[in-house]
Each structure stands twice: as C-alpha cells, then as structure tokens.
Design a binder for this molecule. Structure first.
Ligand code: ADP
Length: 219
C-alpha cells in the first residue's frame, strides 16, 4: 500500500523582488519518511524548509499538506503539526521544566511530567535535570532541551535546520539518535538539513538543492 503523502510541492518558487531564490521545486514527502536535505551554502535549503513550515510564503506554485493547500490551514494550527527547529537553540524561563511545560501551557493542557522525564532520558538527562537552571546547561544540553520542547507534543512533521551545527561528536550522536527514535519508533516524518557527512552517507532519501533548484529533477 502506498504511504500517505504528507507534503506535496508543485512548481514551488520564491522570489525576492526580481531575484529568484527557489525555482520549480517539485517534491513529495510521504508519512514516516526521513528526507535529508543538503547542498551548497546559499542554495536555498533554509528558504525551502521555512516555506514548508509556513514561516515564509511561496511566491509561486502549490504546496499542500495532507491533500489540502497550506493556504487553507490556520497558520498556528499548521505550525503545531509541522514543527520547525532552528540551529540556534533559544531556551526561555528559568529552568528546563519551564521549557518542557511551555508546549502544554500554550495549548492549555496539563503538563505530562512522566513524558518529560522519559524524554529527558532519551537525550542523556535525568528527572533531576527538570529543575536545573537553563543557565547551568552546556551548549549541547541546551540544544537537546530545545529540541525536546518541540516534540513534547508530537508534531506530524519535524523540520530540522542544521540542528547539530556546532555540536561536538557526542552531542551530535545524542541528537541524531533521539531523532532516529522519533522517526523509527513514533513514525514522525523528518526533513533535516545537514552538512554532517555521516548523516548524508546514511540518508534514506537525499535531496540536494543548488542555486535554488532541486538537483536531479522532480522528486
Ligand atoms: P541555504 O540554507 O541553502 O544556505 P538560504 O535559503 O539561506 O540557503 O538562502 C538562499 C539564497 O537566497 C541566499 O543567496 C540568500 O542570500 C538568499 N535570500 C534568502 N532570503 C532572502 C531575502 N529575503 N532577500 C534576499 N535574498 C534572500
């Protein structure tokens, strides 16, 4: 049985003034897929995923999510289903708990502490770290907590924009193994921009973008 298409881009383009940034992007991403997006710096990767995440609007073409145009979704509801994580982690509040509680607060849901503790274990942290001050975390720990915050309530698509940039090998391994768990065990669709050679070599599906176009034609 063919998997469900989650994201479908048809002839998507993005132009600033007269300058084309993205052109003729045709890409279908199925439920449960892991798409690794790579290519030279300035090729348009961030622009493309920001369009997919509804943080930027395409200037041409069609983009649909679960068979319906992105234009027909409420942007806030959409961004909860298609979540975007950027390389620079921004933590707020005083403690790790403040951050992990946040997704529940904005939805007016009770905090699921058990789930938070389980999630912390996945990334090599413990229940005691819930009350740790954000300022006392290492850079790698901050990055892991920032990612966890985005997945406390699972999105359907997790878009990762160089989330392991600047991390050392151990922290990279933690982050990738956590993401692998989300994909393999929980079926979350992953779209990950990376320059990590090991990830590129291991990619299940590699999509390359250069000069604003997909290399290799329709995908
Ligand atoms: P990548 O993520 O592959 O490094 P980006 O998507 O960040 O590429 O950028 C692609 C190109 O588009 C770059 O040359 C960048 O300078 C340009 N660009 C992106 N957004 C804008 C904008 N709002 N105005 C002008 N140029 C832009």
């Amino acid at each position: 049985m063919r998997p469900v298409s989650l994201l479908e881009l048809r002839q998507v383009g993005y132009q600033v003034g007269d300058t084309p940034i993205l052109q003729d992007i045709n890409l279908t991403i199925d439920q449960g897929e892991w798409v690794t997006l790579t290519g030279p710096s300035g090729g348009g990767k961030s622009t493309l995923v920001r369009i997919m995440a509804s943080l930027l609007s395409r200037t041409s073409g069609e983009l649909s999510f679960v068979g319906k145009s992105i234009d027909d979704y409420d942007p806030i509801a959409y961004r909860r289903r298609v979540s975007y994580s950027f390389q620079q982690p921004t933590l707020f509040g005083a403690t790790v708990r403040d951050n992990l509680q946040f997704p529940y607060q904005i939805r007016q849901l009770p905090f699921d502490q058990q789930r938070a503790v389980t999630a912390l274990k996945y990334v090599g942290l413990t229940a005691a770290d819930l009350d740790k001050a954000v300022v006392d975390l290492s850079g790698g720990q901050r990055q892991r907590v920032a990612l966890l915050r985005n997945v406390m309530i699972y999105p359907e698509v997790l878009i990762l924009d160089e989330v392991t940039a600047g991390l050392d090998a151990d922290n990279k391994a933690f982050v990738w193994s956590m993401i692998r768990h989300f994909n393999v065990d929980d079926g979350i669709t992953i779209v990950a921009i990376t320059h990590d050679q090991a990830e590129i070599d291991a990619a299940k599906r590699l999509v390359t973008l250069a000069d604003g176009r997909l290399v290799g034609g329709a995908q």
